[in-house]
Design a protein around this ligand. Structure first.
Ligand code: AG3
Length: 287
């Protein structure tokens, strides 16, 4: 049964037994693209909120947490990432954070929905903050799964900035997709994924971790607290053929962070290391 509608509020449709509601102070956009229903409204606490098919994707207020943690953690753990691939991420927030690293020479972003990109530039310009004009960015409008299956020069970091595994995002959670991602990584390369909120969506993380165990030498997940992804911390998957990235020393991370010269609001080298500490109920989903 869907959560009851409330006038002037958006009630999220993601979970069966629990829903968050956000007041809509002003609806800025509401329309159907070829792939999904897109809405943007304004909320006093979160700023502009983007929903796809009734699920909160990002908000101006707390997007920094998710985007910083899915970009700086693998990039700084790698230490010399030159080529980065983003799958999804049409709002441009992930590309913005990736391109803050001067060491990144090339960033490919594969987004299935051209509508999300065009629309985000207009209604959520703070998200991309000029990233779409960066000459290092190569925007490809294609199905991420098809792109992955084709031959490409390998990447040092691959970031899956997906929706939940419902609708167009579903293929980004399959074993075949992860296997293709693995083959597209350099030997020290790192794959990171969006795996939902494990308290509410344990199977989403369990499924990805089962696939990672079979594919990667070093695998696991780390956590970030994003208020608008309600229901507990969000799990971010980690897969690599090399253990070097995850084992990196805190002092090394501090040095890399300092020389990258980027200012962050959630990420710190200490938070980076601590994010891999898993509460028991989440650790059990990995066994
Ligand atoms: N995509 C991740 C949305 C996941 C929402 N899931 C949830 N609340 N369990 C974000 C796209 C931002 N670039």
């Amino acid at each position: 049964m869907a959560a009851p509608a409330r006038d002037g509020w958006t009630v999220e449709t993601l979970h069966d037994d629990y829903a968050q509601a956000l007041r809509e102070d002003r609806v800025l956009y509401d329309s159907e693209t070829d792939h999904q229903r897109l809405r943007v409204f304004e909320n006093a606490r979160f700023g502009r909120v983007l929903t796809l098919d009734g699920v909160v994707q990002t908000t101006e207020g707390d997007e920094f947490i998710y985007h910083e943690m899915l970009s700086h953690v693998p990039i700084l753990a790698h230490g010399a990432a030159k080529r980065v691939l983003i799958v999804g991420g049409g709002d441009g927030g992930m590309a913005r954070e990736v391109l803050r690293h001067a060491s990144v020479e090339h960033c490919t972003m594969v987004e299935i929905d051209a509508g999300v990109v065009a629309f985000s530039k207009e209604y959520l310009p703070a998200l991309s903050d000029g990233a779409f004009d960066d000459p290092r960015l190569d925007l490809v409008i294609a199905d991420g799964a098809d792109f992955m299956a084709g031959g490409h020069e390998p990447y040092d970091v691959i970031i899956i900035d997906s929706t939940d595994p419902i609708g167009p995002g579903e293929v980004l959670f399959t074993d075949t997709f992860y296997d293709h991602a693995r083959k597209l990584l350099t030997p020290e390369g790192i794959l990171v994924t969006q795996n939902g909120v494990p308290f509410m969506q344990p199977d989403e993380l369990r499924g990805t971790m089962r696939a990672f165990r079979a594919l990667f030498n070093d695998w696991g997940c780390y956590l970030a607290h994003v208020p608008s992804y309600a229901g507990g911390p969000m799990a971010l998957g980690w897969g690599s053929m090399s253990g070097a990235g995850r084992a990196v020393d805190p002092t090394v991370l501090q040095g890399r962070y300092a020389s990258a010269g980027i200012e962050t609001r959630y990420y710190t080298p200490e938070v980076h290391k601590a994010a891999f500490a898993l509460p028991g109920y989440i650790a059990r989903l990995l066994t």
